[in-house]
Ligand binder design. Structure first.
Ligand SMILES: Nc1ncnc2c1ncn2[C@@H]1O[C@H](COP(=O)(O)OP(=O)(O)O)[C@@H](O)[C@H]1O
Ligand SMILES: [Mg+2]
Length: 301
């Protein structure tokens, strides 16, 4: 580690769905991801996580701020255009709901091979079929699934296919937007284990998005907590769990069930007072690598 792969600086994105309504989905956020690192972004639904991912992956053109991938400023149209092909190969995305992200009319073998065909990449294992078979076995599925359609598979299997499809491009950077949120708990654990295993083996850099902290605890090196379009706290994952500073992070942590029934009964929920949320501009450093967004709440402005 040590080299930065992705750097997000002062990112802002707004939606204007109708007339004068403005939704600021992402509000001046900055973070960076080092090479080989698994960075988690957590926060409740609507906090802006997917919008961040889409700005990072050039699906949306952000309103403000910059995104860097290595030494390429991907939010600068000219340098994005010049590097588009490389970026589309090296960066891959996995979505929450593979039912809608996988083409229902294509067989598994063609789904996995499609990005290779589109980018005219020579399959490392000779043919697209051989490559699809290899990737499928890599995510723990037998070759007989190659001839199946997505609707013939369970949710967990579909998600494995989506992962195989992304891996076939041998990405450096993987973005997974709530990839286990729509799965049963037991299947969630299997898929998380698979991610952990694959990340170790490939060493890719990973932006992993989730709405609850228990999922990121298992997988991530460092976490950013999002609330209303802002990152309110960021820290190495252990530090965040041991020493949460922001009231919102504390509330999120208190919502995680404890496996021990005695401790579980004693668990106290912490409620976050949304009205007291009055974010400042600066991130204050608590300890090396641990930053908390200052709060102007209570201060007269
Ligand atoms: N295409 C869109 N048009 C209008 N508003 C949107 C759109 N996408 C997201 N939003 C709004 O932006 C905010 C952040 O959404 P999103 O990034 O999807 O959050 P999350 O992924 O954390 O659930 C929400 O208030 C959401 O309603
Ligand atoms: Mg989302």
């Amino acid at each position: 580690m040590g080299k930065t792969l992705v750097k997000v600086e002062d990112l802002v994105h707004e939606f204007r769905p109708a007339g004068k309504i403005r939704i600021r989905a992402v509000d001046h956020i900055s973070f960076q991801i080092e090479e080989g690192e698994v960075f988690g972004l957590v926060g409740e639904s609507g906090s802006g996580k997917s919008t961040v991912a889409r700005c990072v992956m050039n699906v949306y053109k952000p309103w403000g701020g910059t995104v860097w991938y290595k030494n390429i400023c991907t939010t600068e149209p000219k340098s994005y255009r010049q590097n588009k092909k490389m970026l589309q190969t090296r960066r891959q995305m996995i979505f929450q709901d593979s039912t809608s992200s996988l083409n229902q009319r294509m067989k598994v073998k063609d789904i996995i091979a499609e990005p290779m065909v589109i980018s005219r990449r020579t399959p490392p294992r000779g043919s697209c079929r051989a490559e699809a078979e290899f990737q499928l076995s890599y995510v723990g599925m037998e070759a007989s699934y190659l001839e199946k359609y997505p609707w013939e598979l369970s949710g967990g299997m579909r998600q494995r296919v989506a992962i195989a499809r992304a891996l076939a491009m041998e990405p450096e950077f993987l973005v997974a937007d709530e990839p286990v949120a729509s799965l049963d708990v037991s299947i969630q654990a299997q898929i998380l284990n698979l991610f952990k295993h694959l990340q170790k083996e490939h060493g890719f850099t990973f932006l992993f998005i989730a709405h609850d902290l228990s999922v990121v605890r298992f997988l991530c090196d460092r976490v950013g907590v999002m609330y209303r379009g802002k990152i309110v706290e960021t820290a190495p994952v252990k530090e965040l769990f041991n020493n949460p500073m922001h009231p919102y992070t504390k509330a999120l942590l208190s919502a995680i069930p404890i496996p021990d029934p005695v401790l579980e009964r004693k668990r106290k929920f912490q409620v976050f007072d949304e009205d007291a949320f009055c974010p400042g501009e600066r991130m204050e450093m608590v300890s090396p690598g641990h930053f908390v967004l200052e709060n102007n709440g209570g201060k007269e402005i």
